[in-house]
Each structure stands twice: as C-alpha cells, then as structure tokens.
Ligand binder design. Structure first.
Ligand code: C2O
Ligand code: CU
Ligand code: CU
Length: 425
C-alpha cells in the first residue's frame, strides 16, 4: 500500500498496515488534496517491511502547490530541483546489501556507505550560473540523518519545512535533517561563475549512541559512520543562464495553533521513546495491528499538546523517568547500561507546530554539536529527537475520524514495532 507522508487524508487512503494490497490485487486511492503547499512524499507502509521496501526503491516526492505559493513566484520548472538523499550499500556484484549485520542493524538502524542523490550514485547536479534555485531536500534514508552545510561556509537559506513554507527565509550555518524530514533551500547562483562548484557536506556531530551496541555504531566496515564528515552533493555550475526569481522577504502567512485552545494544555499527553526488554518501545508498548489504548484516543475537532520524550538520556537518574523506573532498572541490569539513540518522531494525518524543545536532558557534547541546526517554525510532520530531548507539539484533529499511526521513522525501529495507532473518534 501507499502512505502519503504528511498528507491529510481519510483512514482508507492513509496506507495503514492493515490495508496491505496482496499480490495481484488492486486498490484505488482517491482523495482530495487538503494540504498547504509543501514538499510531501510517499512510500509503502506494510508492517515489518517498510524498511526493505523503501530501501529497494519504493519512495518518491509528492509536491503540493497552492495560490499563496504561486503568488510568491518562487523558482519553478527546471529551477525547482528535487534532492532526495539516501544511503545505500552495494556488494561486489553491485547488488544492494541490507541488514547484513543482522540484529545490530535492526537495533541501531541500517546505515549504507554511499550516498545516492535521487537514486544516482554520482552525487552531482548540474546547474546554471546566473540563476536562482529552489532545492527540495528529502532525507529518504532508512536511519541516517545529516548535518547539512555548504562546504565554503555559505549559510543555508531555508524557505520551507515539511508541510509549509516558512513565514520568512531563515539563514542557518547548517541544518539537521532527520529521517523523513524535508527542507526547501534557496540557492542563489547569480554571482557564481560558470565553471565553479559548490559542495554540500554532512558535518561531524555527536549522535549520542550509547549502550550495548552504541559504541560499535557505524564503525567497523562502514566508512561513513553516523556523525562523521563526508560529501553529500556536488553542484557543478557548468552552464550559464539567467532568471529573475527573487527571494521574497515574506513567505507564507502562518498562524501557529494557539496553546490556549488545546483541551489538555496543562496536562499534555506524554509519549516516551525508550528501550524495554531489548525492544524499542513507545511508552513501553510496541505495534499492534489494530490495537490502541485510552492514552491514544483523541476527539475529533479538538486541539492537543503532545509531549514526545526521548528517554534515552534520562535513564541514568535525571528527572522525568521515575514512572518507568522499575522497567528501566531491569533493562539496565540486562544490558549493563542505558541504551540511547536519536529517534525521529512522525505522526500521520496532520501537520503540527513545535511549541518548545527542551534540551535540559541532552548531554552538552551532543547538544553543542547540533544546536544551530533545528528549524522549529512552520508546519511539520516529523521531528528529530536527540537522546534526552523532549518536544512539545501542538496539533489539531479535524475532518476525519479513524485509526492512524504515530511512530519512530528510523525504518528499522519502525519495523521492529516502535509504532502505534492513535484513534480519532
Ligand atoms: Cu513516512 Cu508512517 O510514515
Ligand atoms: Cu507518514
Ligand atoms: Cu527510533
């Protein structure tokens, strides 16, 4: 089946794992596009198989425009360029390799050792001097995430994130692009001479992998460890042209949802991402095909605040973990230490606003290596949680009742069951 990542669609069109399409069967998706202009994407979602299916090629962009965006006269046509980032690994016969380290790849998430851009291994784009571009980045990797920056220190100019344009362009030294996240980047080549080159890199950062397997993460045979420095993309400015696209100082109108309108404003629902009995969980639970609890039941036409906590960094006795103490003590005993990892949180069916990002539980070495790379404006559907981080999100449930998903978008974690239903009723 197909899931339309970020789109606001009815349950039967959302690509729920219970709605798999068997071999030889046909299924017709038919829905109205209700989303704002933004960069969305699609991929299958069969439980336990999303990782391999995306890895083998089933993923693509789904671009939405609207009148508000059209009025801004942003770069279009050949000047609106998709950049889908994925990492892959090939064997000696040039065949894809997946989960070759078995359980460790599942626990940590699979990392390839080569970067593909739009499915191509040469990592090159050829663009024109004298022109402005809109580059739409999607991190379509299974578990790898990036600290994107131009090699020559040119700031990244961000005009969009996930499901919206920003209200105004934001200039960043680098951007952390978690799995499944999208950013729209403005690239001005007006004063870049023909024959020159721009290189985008992923800069080094501390991913904060700790615990039984953390130390081995990305080492060994992988020559592209998570958090190391490597090239992502070469832009060869090998032609000349001209266009008159100008970067607008005001982009999209945008009202954040108002926390005063949330039904649980002072008592947010809390979802903790942590490991229990050698299994990644959300609040200690794992996937059930149609199961959901009261904690996962919301009312149509309400606005809520959800707090998402990556408990990893808090297992050693900091605040916020007391409720899970018994479990965690047991796990620590079993594992000889806490297990912590970054988790990209994603929720189906809606776009949220980030109200607050609490980093008080994040190790300062981790935080200092990523802190200038987060974009908390705009409408988003995926948010990267470094170990110990928690975020408060505000979201509204409207138009459709039904059963939808929220999960970790590290695809190996998702396939292992770090995914749950929520019910809108
Ligand atoms: Cu890309 Cu459940 O989603
Ligand atoms: Cu989704
Ligand atoms: Cu995860």
């Amino acid at each position: 089946m197909v899931h339309w990542h970020g789109m606001h669609v009815p349950e039967e069109d959302d690509g729920h794992p219970k709605d798999v399409i068997a071999n030889g069967e046909t299924y017709v998706y038919e829905f109205e596009i209700m989303n704002r202009a933004g960069t969305y994407w699609f991929h299958p979602h069969p439980h336990g198989r999303t990782g391999p299916q995306v890895y083998n090629g089933l993923a693509g962009l789904f671009v939405v425009t609207d009148d508000e965006e059209q009025r801004l006269k942003l770069p279009s046509g050949e000047y609106d360029v998709p950049v889908v980032l994925q990492d892959r690994q090939f064997d000696n016969n040039n065949q894809l390799v997946y989960l070759n380290r078995g359980r460790m790849d599942r626990m940590n998430g699979f990392l390839g050792n080569r970067i593909l851009i739009n499915g191509n291994p040469d990592m090159k784009l050829s663009l024109k001097s004298g022109c402005a571009y809109r580059l739409r980045f999607l991190n379509g990797s299974n578990s790898r995430f990036y600290k994107l920056a131009w090699e020559d220190g040119t700031p990244l100019v961000i005009i969009g994130k996930d499901g919206s344009l920003l209200d105004s362009p934001k200039s960043k030294p680098y951007v952390m692009l978690g799995v499944a996240e999208r950013i729209d980047v403005w690239l001005d080549l007006k004063n870049r001479p023909q024959g020159s080159q721009m290189i985008m890199k992923s800069l080094s950062f501390s991913p904060g992998m700790m615990g039984m397997m953390g130390g081995m993460m990305g080492r060994g045979r992988n020559n592209l460890p998570l958090g190391s420095t490597y090239e992502i993309l070469k832009i060869n400015i090998d032609k000349t042209g001209s266009n008159d696209f100008e970067l607008p100082q005001r982009l999209a109108e945008f009202n954040k949802l108002d926390p005063a309108t949330a039904v649980n404003r002072n008592n947010p629902r809390t979802f903790r991402f942590f490991m229990r009995r050698m299994q990644w969980t959300i609040n200690g639970r794992t996937w059930e095909m149609t199961g959901f609890t009261d904690e996962e039941t919301v009312k149509l036409n309400t606005t809520e605040v959800w707090e998402i906590v990556n408990s990893g960094g808090r297992m050693m006795g900091e605040r916020g973990w007391r409720r899970d103490r018994g479990e965690m003590e047991r796990d620590r005993g079993m594992m000889g230490g806490g297990m912590q990892m970054p988790h990209p949180f994603h929720i189906h069916h809606l776009q949220f606003n980030i109200l607050e990002r609490d980093v008080s539980g994040v190790d300062s070495r981790i935080w200092n290596s990523v802190k200038d790379g987060f974009i908390d404006e705009g409408w988003q559907d995926t948010v990267l949680l470094m170990p110990g981080m928690s975020v408060k999100l505000i979201m509204r449930f409207e138009d459709f009742k039904g059963l939808f998903l929220y999960h970790c978008h590290n695809l190996e974690h998702e396939d292992m069951g770090m995914m749950r239903n929520f019910k809108i009723e």
